[in-house]
Design a protein around this ligand. Structure first.
Ligand code: HEM
Length: 120
């Protein structure tokens, strides 16, 4: 149940991020609307809350938590890149966007494998 919610919030979070990137290229004026600014914060707060709930539900702190720390660190990078993407233009914007997408893929694989160094 909580995992389903977690997955739903991930989907909403990605849609809200990619949606804002598309709007920044097509109808940037819409980005100034209050709802467009607040909704992503609400979604991301619930995403983190559901993640924290899953940590306790699975008892992960006493099993293994290295992968959770990796997820959180890369989540911070993802957030930083996301902010940069929405504030910049040109090549730097798309490089940061690619980096943000790579962070998402990494976080997803780490979540499934429970291994921060799955690529070794
Ligand atoms: C963009 C952010 C995130 C993505 C893409 C993501 C991705 C995922 C995915 C795909 C799963 C399902 C794994 C499986 O079924 O084996 C999962 C589970 C989980 N996530 Fe996240 N997650 C994110 C954020 C977070 C955060 C912020 C936390 C902690 C605060 C967290 C903690 C967990 C935990 C504990 C599980 C459950 C593992 C289990 O019991 O099998 N996640 N996440």
């Amino acid at each position: 149940m909580i995992k389903t919610l977690h997955l739903a919030f991930i989907l909403l979070s990605v849609i809200s991020f990619v949606g804002r990137v598309i709007l920044s290229e097509t109808y940037p004026a819409i980005l100034k609307q209050k709802i467009v600014n607040i909704a992503p914060h609400v979604i991301n707060t619930f995403l983190i809350i559901s993640g924290i709930a899953l940590i306790f539900q699975g008892g992960w702190l006493s099993i293994s938590y290295g992968w959770i720390i990796a997820k959180l660190l890369v989540l911070l990078i993802y957030i930083g890149l996301g902010i940069y993407v929405l504030k910049s233009q040109g090549t730097a914007k798309w490089l940061a966007f690619t980096g943000a997408m790579a962070c998402l893929v990494y976080i997803g694989i780490v979540a499934v494998t429970k291994n921060a160094f799955f690529f070794f």
